[in-house]
Ligand binder design. Sequence first.
Ligand code: UTP
Length: 294
Amino acid sequence: MTTVRKIRKAVLPVAGLGTRFLPATKAVPKEMLTVVDKPVVQYVVEEAMAAGIEHFVFVTGRNKGVIEDHFDIQTELEATLRERGRTAELAVLEDMLPQAGATSFTRQQAPLGLGHAVWCARDIVGDEPFALLLPDMVMRDTVGCLSGMVDLYEKVGGNIVAVAECDPEQAHRYGIVGKGEALDGGFRITEMVEKPPKGTAPSNYYINGRYILQPEIFNILSSQERGAGNEIQVTDAMLKLADRQAFSAYPFGGETYDCGSKEGFILANVAFALSRDDIRPLVADGLRKLIADG
Ligand code: UTP
């Protein structure tokens, strides 16, 4: 086993505009849209907690104060629940709270791109490898995606990118990786291409929103170079880092839902509802009827 530095911190960039989800995201951040009964961002924080993350760095923007409130104690609400003997609801609120002092919030003053949002976390992360989780990508599996990545990272070190398989016909819509040497629990990445023109993708493995990155990425991002959409792109910085450091892929076996898109968000709601014993019967019945009625 390679000796590697532990992944203690996770960066969650939540400063995007969420234009694909307007008008819902005019005043409510898209990361606070609800899948069944939890905001999208909470699924991602729970995945990170399960992977042993000790500190959560939220890169926030305008209108995002509600995310900070969500991960804080609500004294009045909790007192009322206690008075009314609502112990189950209280336990839910207590379990989801990160430890005191385990969250940091920094502002991305303008949404200049994901790479810029990551760069805004540089002082809080410091000189150590970290996890980057896109909070609008929600994963469903028995083993959390980040936990699987950490296992691979502990064996091979370097930088890890989670990938999932897409329909090869759709590969031009994603960031795609090339598949190299097989590893125990993953494979070496030979190349990374953002939205390859149709028919040119090196594989059908797309980057699905989870990364373990070495801190040298911050230096590269500090050049503030603009890429696609005139935004500072994290993929461009990873490509530069890949000239000097290894990148490996962790193929995630579960489902990935892009909750920043309407279709992904609706599918996530259906999938998570059907996986819940308390609501499955009614939801399944209702869905069957809707489909039968066309
Ligand atoms: P998206 O690519 O989904 O961008 O960001 P977006 O602006 O939020 O959404 P659309 O495309 O306009 O609908 C992926 C993640 O990166 C964050 C977003 O909040 C989201 O969680 N992000 C993106 C930032 O924090 N800052 C940025 O400048 C861009």
